[in-house]
Design a binder for this molecule. Structure first.
Ligand code: ZN
Length: 385
């Protein structure tokens, strides 16, 4: 069985080992070593990545009590390899996993709720609890968790004998009593866990609860610790700095500034729509009585505006009133109305002539078309006559 070096020293990033077996698998090879610092996926934490000599280890899993290093190429059994784990990634995992234990322990003490789901991925950390927690309580829990960091207390691990287990009052109790590993954050939490942790809470850095959502009768918490929290801060800082510069507002006053801009925008929309209505009324009043079909082209009107125009247009002609907005490049939106011709019946022929699609009622159809202005004008000059 592989000797698990990460249990003795969670900060061991390089080590030498001998290849015990190497099996071909679907997407590479599964290498077993006599000893390893690579942590295999488990307890909600992803497996380590890194190198054996210069061969990439893209994942580590546990199977039948063995640690399988998934490599891109074969390594001959008996080879002595220099193992190197991706320490930056692993340390970030440890910061977030140890931080999760602290938060889960405090939540358990404060609310009595249990951690019923934990996922520590490459980007996010989520923890699920079996009860809802209000924002005020969560803020207090976050503060206590960060106090645990500032106190820089020890994180100890134990492999108690089955008869000694009753001496530990710990979370995540499983039915098993053999090989139970206990992780203790002094004064804050005791929990069964198989993953490597930081040695002292000071290594975790800031513990930040990012957001929460209701989940299966409880709450799901998204959080970030240490370097990940710093990355998150940096991303948010550059975002807020850009918003602040763009709105000429102090960074801590950007939310109020955005509200002001939204209000201005909504007022402008109201003014704009009132002006449009006036404009359309003027345009409609200017339509001249026409014998036959009336064809209208406007640069940039809304379909609703076109309908208004056509409603008036049909009363001033004795064919169809066809109104278009757009241009030859992007195509046109159209509304066509008539008091005389059944446009529902004629729509297929019209669409075919102007490369359009659309439909409607017998008195009015609307849609879009790709034909050029000249083609449309020529078509409607003789349509229905
Ligand atoms: Zn754990």
């Amino acid at each position: 069985m592989t000797e698990r070096l990460y249990y003795k020293d969670s900060h061991l990033a390089v080590f030498d080992a001998v290849v015990v077996s190497c099996e071909k698998i679907k997407n590479g090879y599964a290498v077993v070593l006599d000893k390893t610092a690579f942590f295999p996926e488990g307890g909600g934490q992803l497996g380590d990545t890194g190198y054996l000599n210069d061969i990439k280890v893209f994942d580590t899993h546990e199977k039948n009590n063995e640690v399988l290093h998934y490599t891109e190429s074969e390594i001959i059994v008996g080879t002595v390899v220099a193992g190197r784990i991706d320490w930056d990634r692993r340390f970030r995992f440890m910061q977030n996993h140890s931080g999760e234990h602290i938060v889960s322990g405090i939540i358990n003490k404060v609310t009595g709720f249990n951690n019923v789901g934990f996922h520590l991925g490459d980007e996010v950390v989520t923890i699920d609890f079996d009860g809802e927690i209000d924002a005020e309580t969560l803020a207090e829990i976050e503060l206590q968790a960060n106090e645990a960091v500032y106190k820089n207390v020890n994180i100890n691990t134990y492999f108690p004998k089955p008869e000694e287990l009753c001496n530990f009052n710990y979370r995540s109790k499983l039915d098993i009593t053999e090989n139970v590993r206990i992780v203790e954050v002094e004064g804050y939490d005791t929990c069964a866990c198989c993953a490597p942790h930081v040695n002292k809470t000071g290594e975790i850095g800031i513990i930040k609860i990012l957001d929460t959502m209701r989940h299966r009768g409880g709450v799901r918490i998204n959080m970030a610790c240490g370097y990940r929290a710093l990355d998150d801060y940096n991303k948010k800082y550059s975002n807020i700095a850009a918003i602040s510069a763009s709105l000429s507002a102090k960074q801590h006053e950007t939310a109020a500034a955005v509200e002001r801009v939204k209000k201005e925008l909504s007022d402008l929309k109201l003014t704009c729509s009132a002006l449009r209505r006036e404009l359309i009324a003027f345009k409609a009043a200017e339509l001249v009585e026409t014998q036959g079909n009336m064809i209208i082209f406007e640069d940039s009107l809304e379909p609703a505006d076109l309908r208004e125009l056509v409603n008036v247009g049909v009363t001033k002609c004795n064919g169809v009133c066809a109104a278009f907005t757009g241009n030859d490049k992007t195509g046109y939106s159209y509304v066509i109305g008539s008091n005389i011709i059944d446009l529902r019946k004629a729509s297929k022929e019209i669409n075919s002539a102007i490369e359009g699609r659309g439909g409607g009622q017998s008195g009015m159809i609307q849609g879009s078309c790709k034909a050029a202005k000249a083609v449309i004008e020529e078509y409607f000059a003789s349509f229905g006559i």
